[in-house]
Design a protein. Structure first.
Length: 322
């Protein structure tokens, strides 16, 4: 009798234990806590850019965020809370800058990669142009436009491309340059791609208001047979005086101007440098291989680190990509 009761009690206990174990296993599978189970996927960062990098370049410093608040190239103040909720700040050093002066026999380091700064560009630099009268340049990244003071070098926090010019935010900007002869405001030109098609965008920079004016809708760009491919462009600049005398000879024009060539635009790719006359006949000179470029080879910036160039008061400036 006692033996039968003991057997019955053990049977009940075993059934209860099995039931409890079954419940535990079911919860474990539901929550993904089983042995070897992969954790649930994390949500992507809201602040991640949808634009891929223009090219693979060595990075200088670390970090990926380009979220800064403060003054902006269009003269307005960015709200202190702007773009700060999507992900934490990750700052990296300001990019290095090189300069080639008219009479210099070699390149000089204009600005060393600075200490980590939330005001310096954090995204990849794709273009730049100077505002000669004001002594600064505007530097375009894949996400923002920053102002770079040149005397001495100092960065201002940037503003979102969509706030400055939505048409640029929707484009793949490759290069930019400015023309200071269009008084009272500088004319600015952007060259890039829109839906895979080469385009050219034109606008003005209001010097008094320190503001990028309306950018016209991109017009289809029809390059000549001597021009570079838009997709291969790395940097560009406009020199209104041909100060280094890099343009010479009769091509591409029928004749050489009496006072020599003046304003031109330079385009840079990974293999070649292209010069285009800007006023006389607006033709392209024969492209020159980089190893035969007219500039000094001493201490020149590595081509795979160049993000943008701009011309300012007789000197050519090069900014590292990131």
């Amino acid at each position: 009798m006692w033996l039968c009761l003991d057997n019955a009690r053990e049977l009940v206990v075993m059934r209860v234990e099995r039931a409890v174990l079954q419940v535990v296993l079911t919860l474990a599978v539901t929550l993904g806590l089983g042995c070897g189970a992969d954790p649930p996927p994390s949500s992507p960062n809201k602040g991640d850019s949808d634009k891929p990098p223009r090219r693979d370049v060595p990075t200088i410093g670390g970090g990926t965020s380009d979220r800064d608040a403060g003054s902006s190239p269009d003269g307005r103040e960015s709200p202190a809370s702007a773009d700060t909720t999507s992900r934490p700040y990750t700052t990296r050093p300001a990019p290095g800058i090189w300069r080639l002066s008219p009479d210099a026999g070699s390149w000089e380091t204009f600005a060393e990669p600075d200490r980590p700064s939330r005001k310096a560009p954090q995204a990849e630099i794709v273009a730049a142009f100077d505002i000669e009268q004001s002594g600064y340049a505007l530097v375009v990244t894949t996400e923002r436009i920053h102002r770079l003071h040149l005397h001495p070098p100092e960065w201002e926090a940037g503003r979102s491309l969509s706030d400055v010019a939505r048409v640029l935010d929707e484009a793949d900007i490759r290069v930019a340059y400015s023309d200071a002869t269009k008084s009272p405001n500088d004319e600015i030109i952007f060259v890039g791609l829109h839906n895979g098609s080469p385009r050219r965008w034109q606008g003005q920079y209001d010097i008094e208001k320190k503001k990028v004016g309306d950018i016209q809708a991109g017009e289809t760009l029809r390059w000549s047979s001597r021009a570079p491919e838009t997709l291969k462009l790395i940097a560009a600049w406009r020199d209104n005086a041909n100060r280094h005398d890099w343009l010479s000879g009769g091509e591409p024009c029928d004749a050489v101007p009496e006072d020599g060539f003046g304003p031109y635009v330079g385009y840079l790719t990974a293999e070649r440098i292209y010069f285009a006359d800007a006023t006389y006949c607006e033709g392209y000179f024969t492209a020159t291989l980089l190893e035969r470029a007219p500039w000094p080879t001493t201490d020149r910036p590595p081509i795979d680190q160049i993000g943008a160039t701009f011309w300012h008061r007789g000197s050519l400036y090069v900014i590292a990509a990131n």
